[in-house]
Ligand binder design. Structure first.
Ligand code: SF4
Length: 352
């Protein structure tokens, strides 16, 4: 057994075991976590070279810890997609993780950083899906008018899927309809949006990730996506593992975990999260001030205290989106429109 000494503030040590059962016996007494350890151990030992994305958030902290405990340290490339709008707290945490676990977390620069994307394509608004729909319609100079899909298609022939969203034509109660976000259609018609786009997600995260994934260097990609996140990222997947014999298999170790499992794991292994959680008191983190976080005003208050320079940058980059979102929330309040209860426990992050 090899012992790896951890950072001073984390008394737990990582013990390198020779089989999954020993890790489980020493791990948290929770069936979901135990099942995850077995799976993680097996996949890590099955694949020759692994790619693992680290964001500096709570979920990715757990995934990093799991991968190392299950013996993936030597065969895994850990990468951090730097969007150009990251908290110092996040970057410091990445450095901390490198030091604690003795790994290199490679920072991947995008071709375009968030501020450039926002300038070129528009600001993210509300959610990834809503932003995509609005972006597509704006590209075709849509005038936010009423009409059936057939009628509107005659005028705007190249945006069928976004017109189906606009006309609520995805089927009853579908989350792909605009009515899934109550009041949004009425609001947009009354107050046409500024240039909206979630292209920063494509340019700073997806494109660089695809480049690495398509390099042919890796057999398995590991990410910290959870079903409970809600949103497009999690609803795209049906399970924690997608096998691809010819290209890249994908494993999402904590896909089925609830917040409870995360807490059990964190406490058991003494995981220390970034200052965004431990000091600022946030319950999630990501790109600094992403307007998809519904509680961005709360986030702004904390950033103003802890990273005032970043606060100014966030206002400069996303100010238009904050204003438009606040206006929408006021509109809903005035019209007494209530948001529908979502079918997951967490607030909207990047979903519909
Ligand atoms: S999470 Fe938000 S800020 Fe970050 S890249 Fe995606 S849309 Fe842009």
């Amino acid at each position: 057994m090899e012992q790896i000494a951890l950072w001073k503030s984390t008394p737990k040590e990582i013990t390198m075991y020779n089989c999954a059962t020993d890790i489980v016996l020493d791990g948290p007494k929770n069936a979901e976590i135990q099942a995850t350890i077995y799976k993680c151990y097996d996949y890590i030992h099955e694949y020759r070279k692994i790619l693992c994305a680290i964001s500096g958030g709570y979920d990715s902290d757990i995934v990093l810890d799991l991968v190392i405990r299950c013996g993936g340290k030597e065969k895994t490339d850990f990468v951090f997609y730097d969007t150009g709008l990251e908290y110092d707290a996040t970057k410091n945490h990445i450095a901390y993780l490198e030091s604690v676990y003795g790994v290199k977390i490679r920072s991947i620069e995008p071709k375009k950083h968030i501020p450039t994307c926002v300038r070129e394509y528009g600001v993210p608004f509300w959610s990834k899906y809503v932003s995509d729909m609005v972006y597509r319609l704006q590209r075709h100079n849509f005038q936010w008018e009423d009409g059936s899909v057939e009628e509107l298609l005659e005028k705007y022939p190249h945006c069928k899927s976004s017109l189906r969203w606009w006309c609520n034509e995805w089927g009853d109660k579908s989350r792909f309809n605009i009515c899934y976000t109550p009041g949004l259609k009425e609001f947009i018609q009354r107050f046409p949006p500024p240039r909206i786009s979630a292209m920063c997600c494509e340019k700073t995260k997806k494109d660089p990730a695809h480049m690495l994934e398509d390099s042919g260097d890796y057999g398995l990609a590991i990410t910290g996506v959870r079903k409970l996140e809600g949103g497009k990222r999690s609803t795209t997947y049906k399970s924690c593992f997608d096998q691809d014999f010819f290209r890249l298999s994908r494993f999402r170790p904590i896909f089925w975990w609830g917040d409870r499992e995360k807490e059990i794991y964190r406490k058991h292994y003494g995981i220390v999260r970034s200052d965004c959680y431990e000091v600022w008191g946030m319950d999630r983190t990501g790109c600094a001030g992403c307007p998809f976080g519904k509680e961005f005003d709360e986030e702004l208050k904390r950033v103003q205290i802890f990273e005032p320079k970043r606060y100014q940058a966030m206002l400069t980059v996303f100010g238009e989106s904050y204003d438009y979102t606040r206006k929408f929330l006021e509109f809903r309040e005035k019209m007494k429109i209530k948001e529908k209860p979502k079918d997951n426990r967490q607030t909207r992050i990047e979903g519909v």
